[in-house]
Design a protein around this ligand. Structure first.
Ligand SMILES: [Fe+2]
Ligand SMILES: [Fe+2]
Length: 371
Protein backbone atom coordinates (compact mmCIF):
# COMPACT_ATOMS: atom_id res chain seq x y z
CA UNK A 1 0.00 0.00 0.00
CA UNK A 2 1.39 3.40 -0.94
CA UNK A 3 1.36 6.59 1.11
CA UNK A 4 -1.18 9.19 0.02
CA UNK A 5 1.66 11.48 -1.00
CA UNK A 6 3.02 8.88 -3.41
CA UNK A 7 -0.40 8.47 -5.02
CA UNK A 8 -1.65 12.05 -5.39
CA UNK A 9 1.53 14.08 -4.84
CA UNK A 10 0.47 15.55 -1.48
CA UNK A 11 -0.22 14.18 1.98
CA UNK A 12 -3.48 16.11 2.53
CA UNK A 13 -6.42 15.77 0.15
CA UNK A 14 -7.40 19.44 0.62
CA UNK A 15 -3.91 21.00 0.59
CA UNK A 16 -4.90 24.06 -1.47
CA UNK A 17 -1.38 25.31 -2.01
CA UNK A 18 -0.30 21.97 -3.45
CA UNK A 19 -3.38 21.76 -5.68
CA UNK A 20 -2.87 25.25 -7.09
CA UNK A 21 0.84 24.74 -7.62
CA UNK A 22 -0.03 22.32 -10.43
CA UNK A 23 -0.52 24.64 -13.39
CA UNK A 24 -0.04 24.55 -17.12
CA UNK A 25 3.34 26.18 -17.57
CA UNK A 26 3.54 25.89 -21.34
CA UNK A 27 0.37 27.54 -22.59
CA UNK A 28 1.69 27.80 -26.15
CA UNK A 29 2.35 24.07 -26.41
CA UNK A 30 0.90 22.60 -29.61
CA UNK A 31 2.22 19.05 -29.45
CA UNK A 32 2.41 17.01 -26.27
CA UNK A 33 4.40 13.75 -26.34
CA UNK A 34 3.72 10.89 -23.92
CA UNK A 35 5.59 7.59 -23.81
CA UNK A 36 3.23 4.68 -24.45
CA UNK A 37 4.79 1.62 -22.81
CA UNK A 38 2.41 -1.12 -23.85
CA UNK A 39 2.70 -4.24 -25.95
CA UNK A 40 0.45 -4.58 -28.99
CA UNK A 41 -1.26 -7.97 -28.86
CA UNK A 42 -2.57 -10.06 -31.75
CA UNK A 43 -5.11 -12.77 -31.04
CA UNK A 44 -5.75 -15.74 -33.30
CA UNK A 45 -8.83 -16.73 -31.35
CA UNK A 46 -11.70 -15.32 -33.42
CA UNK A 47 -14.43 -17.17 -31.58
CA UNK A 48 -17.34 -15.40 -29.97
CA UNK A 49 -16.09 -15.69 -26.41
CA UNK A 50 -17.76 -12.63 -24.89
CA UNK A 51 -21.34 -12.19 -26.13
CA UNK A 52 -21.97 -9.11 -23.95
CA UNK A 53 -19.17 -7.25 -25.71
CA UNK A 54 -20.36 -8.43 -29.12
CA UNK A 55 -23.81 -7.07 -28.29
CA UNK A 56 -22.23 -3.70 -27.52
CA UNK A 57 -20.37 -3.86 -30.83
CA UNK A 58 -23.63 -4.47 -32.71
CA UNK A 59 -25.25 -1.56 -30.88
CA UNK A 60 -22.31 0.68 -31.71
CA UNK A 61 -22.63 -0.06 -35.43
CA UNK A 62 -26.28 0.97 -35.59
CA UNK A 63 -25.77 3.86 -33.15
CA UNK A 64 -23.45 5.85 -35.44
CA UNK A 65 -24.42 9.43 -36.24
CA UNK A 66 -22.91 12.10 -38.43
CA UNK A 67 -21.80 15.21 -36.59
CA UNK A 68 -21.92 17.28 -39.78
CA UNK A 69 -25.49 16.51 -40.83
CA UNK A 70 -27.31 15.39 -37.66
CA UNK A 71 -26.80 18.53 -35.56
CA UNK A 72 -28.36 22.00 -36.18
CA UNK A 73 -25.10 23.90 -36.69
CA UNK A 74 -26.96 26.93 -38.10
CA UNK A 75 -28.32 27.64 -34.59
CA UNK A 76 -27.43 31.17 -33.54
CA UNK A 77 -25.79 31.06 -30.10
CA UNK A 78 -25.77 34.30 -28.12
CA UNK A 79 -23.53 33.15 -25.28
CA UNK A 80 -24.24 36.09 -22.98
CA UNK A 81 -28.02 35.75 -23.36
CA UNK A 82 -27.72 32.00 -22.92
CA UNK A 83 -25.68 32.19 -19.73
CA UNK A 84 -28.08 34.83 -18.37
CA UNK A 85 -31.01 32.47 -19.03
CA UNK A 86 -29.22 29.43 -17.60
CA UNK A 87 -28.19 31.35 -14.47
CA UNK A 88 -31.75 32.66 -14.03
CA UNK A 89 -32.92 29.04 -14.07
CA UNK A 90 -30.33 27.43 -11.81
CA UNK A 91 -28.08 30.16 -10.40
CA UNK A 92 -24.39 30.68 -11.06
CA UNK A 93 -23.46 27.23 -9.78
CA UNK A 94 -21.79 28.85 -6.79
CA UNK A 95 -23.16 30.77 -3.81
CA UNK A 96 -22.10 34.47 -4.14
CA UNK A 97 -22.38 34.85 -0.36
CA UNK A 98 -19.66 32.26 0.14
CA UNK A 99 -17.01 34.68 -1.15
CA UNK A 100 -17.35 37.55 1.30
CA UNK A 101 -13.99 39.03 2.19
CA UNK A 102 -12.55 38.45 -1.29
CA UNK A 103 -12.61 40.60 -4.43
CA UNK A 104 -15.57 38.51 -5.60
CA UNK A 105 -17.70 40.15 -2.91
CA UNK A 106 -18.05 43.25 -5.11
CA UNK A 107 -19.21 41.37 -8.17
CA UNK A 108 -22.56 42.34 -9.68
CA UNK A 109 -24.65 40.61 -12.35
CA UNK A 110 -22.20 41.63 -15.08
CA UNK A 111 -19.26 39.85 -13.46
CA UNK A 112 -21.25 36.76 -12.59
CA UNK A 113 -22.45 36.45 -16.18
CA UNK A 114 -18.91 36.94 -17.43
CA UNK A 115 -17.79 34.26 -14.98
CA UNK A 116 -20.51 31.99 -16.37
CA UNK A 117 -19.36 32.62 -19.94
CA UNK A 118 -15.74 31.88 -19.11
CA UNK A 119 -16.87 28.85 -17.12
CA UNK A 120 -18.78 27.53 -20.13
CA UNK A 121 -15.74 28.01 -22.41
CA UNK A 122 -13.47 26.37 -19.87
CA UNK A 123 -15.76 23.42 -19.20
CA UNK A 124 -16.34 22.60 -22.85
CA UNK A 125 -12.62 23.01 -23.55
CA UNK A 126 -11.78 20.42 -20.89
CA UNK A 127 -14.44 18.14 -22.37
CA UNK A 128 -12.72 18.58 -25.74
CA UNK A 129 -9.26 17.71 -24.40
CA UNK A 130 -10.69 14.76 -22.47
CA UNK A 131 -12.34 13.51 -25.66
CA UNK A 132 -8.98 13.56 -27.40
CA UNK A 133 -7.63 11.56 -24.48
CA UNK A 134 -10.42 9.02 -25.07
CA UNK A 135 -9.57 8.90 -28.78
CA UNK A 136 -5.94 8.00 -28.02
CA UNK A 137 -6.85 5.59 -25.22
CA UNK A 138 -9.31 3.58 -27.28
CA UNK A 139 -6.86 3.36 -30.17
CA UNK A 140 -4.46 1.99 -27.55
CA UNK A 141 -7.04 -0.46 -26.17
CA UNK A 142 -7.68 -1.75 -29.68
CA UNK A 143 -4.00 -2.70 -29.79
CA UNK A 144 -3.45 -3.89 -26.26
CA UNK A 145 -6.57 -5.78 -25.18
CA UNK A 146 -6.04 -9.52 -25.77
CA UNK A 147 -9.71 -10.30 -26.56
CA UNK A 148 -11.11 -10.36 -30.10
CA UNK A 149 -14.60 -9.10 -29.13
CA UNK A 150 -13.09 -6.20 -27.23
CA UNK A 151 -10.85 -5.20 -30.14
CA UNK A 152 -13.89 -4.99 -32.42
CA UNK A 153 -15.81 -2.90 -29.92
CA UNK A 154 -12.87 -0.61 -29.12
CA UNK A 155 -12.45 0.13 -32.82
CA UNK A 156 -16.00 1.51 -32.95
CA UNK A 157 -15.25 3.64 -29.96
CA UNK A 158 -12.30 5.20 -31.76
CA UNK A 159 -14.76 6.49 -34.38
CA UNK A 160 -17.15 7.68 -31.66
CA UNK A 161 -14.38 9.62 -29.96
CA UNK A 162 -13.25 11.19 -33.22
CA UNK A 163 -16.80 12.45 -33.61
CA UNK A 164 -16.82 13.80 -30.05
CA UNK A 165 -13.57 15.69 -30.59
CA UNK A 166 -15.08 17.02 -33.82
CA UNK A 167 -18.29 18.33 -32.23
CA UNK A 168 -16.72 19.95 -29.19
CA UNK A 169 -13.93 21.56 -31.24
CA UNK A 170 -16.45 22.94 -33.73
CA UNK A 171 -18.86 24.17 -31.06
CA UNK A 172 -16.10 25.97 -29.16
CA UNK A 173 -14.68 27.52 -32.31
CA UNK A 174 -17.94 28.60 -33.97
CA UNK A 175 -20.17 29.37 -30.99
CA UNK A 176 -17.91 30.26 -28.05
CA UNK A 177 -15.07 32.04 -29.79
CA UNK A 178 -12.07 30.06 -28.63
CA UNK A 179 -10.82 27.47 -26.21
CA UNK A 180 -8.87 27.14 -22.98
CA UNK A 181 -5.69 25.08 -22.84
CA UNK A 182 -5.85 21.75 -21.05
CA UNK A 183 -5.99 21.94 -17.27
CA UNK A 184 -2.75 20.55 -15.79
CA UNK A 185 -4.54 18.14 -13.40
CA UNK A 186 -6.42 16.62 -16.31
CA UNK A 187 -3.27 16.42 -18.41
CA UNK A 188 -1.38 14.60 -15.65
CA UNK A 189 -4.15 12.05 -15.45
CA UNK A 190 -4.30 11.50 -19.21
CA UNK A 191 -0.51 11.17 -19.30
CA UNK A 192 -0.60 8.53 -16.55
CA UNK A 193 -3.31 6.55 -18.33
CA UNK A 194 -1.47 6.51 -21.67
CA UNK A 195 1.86 5.84 -19.99
CA UNK A 196 0.82 2.74 -18.03
CA UNK A 197 1.92 -0.56 -19.55
CA UNK A 198 -0.98 -2.67 -18.19
CA UNK A 199 -3.91 -2.85 -20.59
CA UNK A 200 -6.58 -2.91 -17.92
CA UNK A 201 -5.28 0.39 -16.51
CA UNK A 202 -6.22 2.15 -19.73
CA UNK A 203 -9.73 0.86 -19.28
CA UNK A 204 -9.85 1.78 -15.61
CA UNK A 205 -8.49 5.28 -16.11
CA UNK A 206 -10.48 6.09 -19.22
CA UNK A 207 -13.70 4.01 -19.39
CA UNK A 208 -14.44 3.93 -15.66
CA UNK A 209 -12.99 7.16 -14.26
CA UNK A 210 -12.73 9.81 -17.02
CA UNK A 211 -15.75 8.68 -19.03
CA UNK A 212 -17.77 7.89 -15.91
CA UNK A 213 -17.27 11.46 -14.78
CA UNK A 214 -17.95 12.78 -18.29
CA UNK A 215 -21.24 10.91 -18.53
CA UNK A 216 -22.42 12.52 -15.29
CA UNK A 217 -21.14 15.97 -16.27
CA UNK A 218 -22.69 15.84 -19.76
CA UNK A 219 -25.97 14.76 -18.21
CA UNK A 220 -25.88 17.67 -15.80
CA UNK A 221 -25.17 20.25 -18.50
CA UNK A 222 -27.72 18.66 -20.83
CA UNK A 223 -30.33 19.06 -18.13
CA UNK A 224 -29.46 22.64 -17.22
CA UNK A 225 -28.96 24.37 -20.55
CA UNK A 226 -31.76 25.50 -22.84
CA UNK A 227 -29.35 26.15 -25.76
CA UNK A 228 -30.79 23.80 -28.40
CA UNK A 229 -27.59 22.97 -30.31
CA UNK A 230 -25.58 22.23 -27.17
CA UNK A 231 -28.45 20.27 -25.68
CA UNK A 232 -28.75 18.04 -28.74
CA UNK A 233 -24.98 17.67 -29.12
CA UNK A 234 -24.68 16.50 -25.51
CA UNK A 235 -27.60 14.11 -25.89
CA UNK A 236 -25.95 12.44 -28.89
CA UNK A 237 -22.59 12.23 -27.12
CA UNK A 238 -24.21 10.77 -23.97
CA UNK A 239 -25.74 7.91 -25.99
CA UNK A 240 -22.22 6.92 -27.09
CA UNK A 241 -20.64 7.61 -23.72
CA UNK A 242 -23.00 5.30 -21.81
CA UNK A 243 -21.94 2.49 -24.14
CA UNK A 244 -18.28 3.32 -23.52
CA UNK A 245 -18.60 3.16 -19.75
CA UNK A 246 -20.54 -0.11 -20.07
CA UNK A 247 -17.64 -1.46 -22.16
CA UNK A 248 -15.31 -0.75 -19.24
CA UNK A 249 -17.59 -2.26 -16.61
CA UNK A 250 -18.30 -5.44 -18.59
CA UNK A 251 -14.64 -5.98 -19.48
CA UNK A 252 -13.04 -5.25 -16.14
CA UNK A 253 -15.59 -7.24 -14.13
CA UNK A 254 -14.17 -10.40 -15.61
CA UNK A 255 -10.55 -9.37 -15.07
CA UNK A 256 -10.85 -8.04 -11.54
CA UNK A 257 -12.67 -11.11 -10.24
CA UNK A 258 -9.47 -13.04 -10.83
CA UNK A 259 -6.95 -10.59 -9.41
CA UNK A 260 -4.96 -10.96 -6.22
CA UNK A 261 -5.28 -8.46 -3.39
CA UNK A 262 -1.94 -6.90 -4.29
CA UNK A 263 -2.97 -6.42 -7.91
CA UNK A 264 -6.29 -4.96 -6.80
CA UNK A 265 -4.52 -2.54 -4.47
CA UNK A 266 -2.71 -1.03 -7.47
CA UNK A 267 -6.06 -0.57 -9.21
CA UNK A 268 -7.68 0.94 -6.12
CA UNK A 269 -4.82 3.43 -5.78
CA UNK A 270 -5.03 4.35 -9.44
CA UNK A 271 -8.79 4.89 -9.20
CA UNK A 272 -8.21 7.15 -6.20
CA UNK A 273 -5.53 9.13 -7.99
CA UNK A 274 -7.85 9.61 -10.97
CA UNK A 275 -10.73 10.71 -8.73
CA UNK A 276 -8.58 13.30 -6.98
CA UNK A 277 -7.12 14.68 -10.22
CA UNK A 278 -10.59 15.14 -11.64
CA UNK A 279 -11.87 16.79 -8.49
CA UNK A 280 -8.86 19.12 -8.53
CA UNK A 281 -9.48 20.12 -12.12
CA UNK A 282 -13.07 21.09 -11.40
CA UNK A 283 -11.85 23.85 -9.12
CA UNK A 284 -11.38 25.64 -12.48
CA UNK A 285 -8.46 27.71 -11.28
CA UNK A 286 -7.86 29.11 -14.78
CA UNK A 287 -11.31 30.73 -14.87
CA UNK A 288 -10.74 32.61 -11.63
CA UNK A 289 -7.37 33.78 -12.88
CA UNK A 290 -8.85 34.98 -16.17
CA UNK A 291 -11.44 36.92 -14.17
CA UNK A 292 -8.56 38.66 -12.39
CA UNK A 293 -9.11 36.86 -9.08
CA UNK A 294 -6.11 35.05 -7.54
CA UNK A 295 -7.17 31.41 -7.31
CA UNK A 296 -5.56 31.06 -3.88
CA UNK A 297 -8.01 33.68 -2.49
CA UNK A 298 -11.14 31.85 -3.58
CA UNK A 299 -10.42 28.14 -4.02
CA UNK A 300 -10.46 27.44 -0.24
CA UNK A 301 -13.95 28.97 -0.25
CA UNK A 302 -14.97 26.99 -3.34
CA UNK A 303 -14.18 23.82 -1.40
CA UNK A 304 -16.57 24.93 1.36
CA UNK A 305 -19.31 26.31 -0.90
CA UNK A 306 -22.38 24.12 -0.35
CA UNK A 307 -23.89 24.98 -3.77
CA UNK A 308 -20.71 23.92 -5.47
CA UNK A 309 -20.44 20.83 -3.29
CA UNK A 310 -23.62 19.30 -4.70
CA UNK A 311 -22.23 19.66 -8.22
CA UNK A 312 -18.86 18.20 -7.21
CA UNK A 313 -20.48 15.17 -5.65
CA UNK A 314 -22.81 14.60 -8.57
CA UNK A 315 -19.78 14.17 -10.83
CA UNK A 316 -19.11 10.89 -9.02
CA UNK A 317 -22.61 9.44 -9.43
CA UNK A 318 -21.41 6.98 -12.09
CA UNK A 319 -17.87 6.34 -10.87
CA UNK A 320 -18.84 5.12 -7.40
CA UNK A 321 -21.47 2.48 -8.34
CA UNK A 322 -19.28 1.27 -11.20
CA UNK A 323 -16.30 0.94 -8.84
CA UNK A 324 -18.49 -1.05 -6.49
CA UNK A 325 -19.63 -3.34 -9.29
CA UNK A 326 -15.97 -4.05 -10.12
CA UNK A 327 -15.08 -4.92 -6.53
CA UNK A 328 -12.82 -1.88 -6.21
CA UNK A 329 -14.59 -0.36 -3.19
CA UNK A 330 -14.25 -3.17 -0.73
CA UNK A 331 -11.14 -5.19 -1.51
CA UNK A 332 -8.16 -4.70 0.82
CA UNK A 333 -10.21 -3.72 3.88
CA UNK A 334 -12.43 -1.33 1.93
CA UNK A 335 -9.49 0.93 1.10
CA UNK A 336 -11.20 2.80 -1.74
CA UNK A 337 -14.49 3.03 0.15
CA UNK A 338 -12.69 4.96 2.88
CA UNK A 339 -11.13 7.30 0.33
CA UNK A 340 -14.52 7.95 -1.27
CA UNK A 341 -15.99 8.58 2.17
CA UNK A 342 -13.33 11.20 2.76
CA UNK A 343 -14.19 12.81 -0.57
CA UNK A 344 -17.88 12.86 0.38
CA UNK A 345 -19.10 10.77 -2.56
CA UNK A 346 -19.79 7.31 -1.14
CA UNK A 347 -23.56 7.93 -1.09
CA UNK A 348 -23.78 6.90 -4.75
CA UNK A 349 -22.58 3.35 -4.15
CA UNK A 350 -26.00 1.75 -4.62
CA UNK A 351 -27.03 3.75 -7.68
CA UNK A 352 -27.46 1.71 -10.84
CA UNK A 353 -24.16 0.77 -12.48
CA UNK A 354 -23.66 1.71 -16.13
CA UNK A 355 -23.25 -1.91 -17.24
CA UNK A 356 -26.93 -2.33 -16.34
CA UNK A 357 -28.33 1.07 -17.28
CA UNK A 358 -26.65 1.98 -20.57
CA UNK A 359 -29.63 1.07 -22.76
CA UNK A 360 -31.61 3.84 -21.07
CA UNK A 361 -29.34 6.35 -22.82
CA UNK A 362 -30.37 5.24 -26.33
CA UNK A 363 -31.40 8.07 -28.62
CA UNK A 364 -35.13 8.62 -29.01
CA UNK A 365 -35.93 8.45 -25.31
CA UNK A 366 -35.41 10.77 -22.40
CA UNK A 367 -31.98 10.22 -20.83
CA UNK A 368 -31.88 9.30 -17.12
CA UNK A 369 -31.56 12.31 -14.83
CA UNK A 370 -28.00 12.75 -13.49
CA UNK A 371 -29.20 13.73 -10.00
FE1 LIG B 1 -16.33 10.66 -25.90
FE1 LIG C 1 -16.24 7.98 -24.66
Amino acid sequence: MSATEDIIGRAELNDIEAILSVTNTDVDEVEHVVKDNSDAIFTWDYSLARPALRKLYEKAKVGQWNATTDLPWDTDVDLEAQITADQAAIGAGVDPNAYIGTAVEKWGDKEWIEFGMEGRRWTLSQFLHGEQGALLCTAKITETVPWYDAKLYAATQVVDEARHVEVFARYIDEKLGGEYQINAHLRMLLDDIVNDSRWDMTYLGMQIMVEGLALAAFGFMHQLTSEPLLKQLLRYVMADEARHVAFGVLSLKEVYEQMSDAEMMDRQEFAYEAAVRMRDRFLQQEVWERMGIPAKDVVPLVLQDATRDVFQQMLFSKIVPNSKKLGLLDRNDSWLRRRFEEMGVIQFEDWENTGDEYLKFDLGQEAPSPV
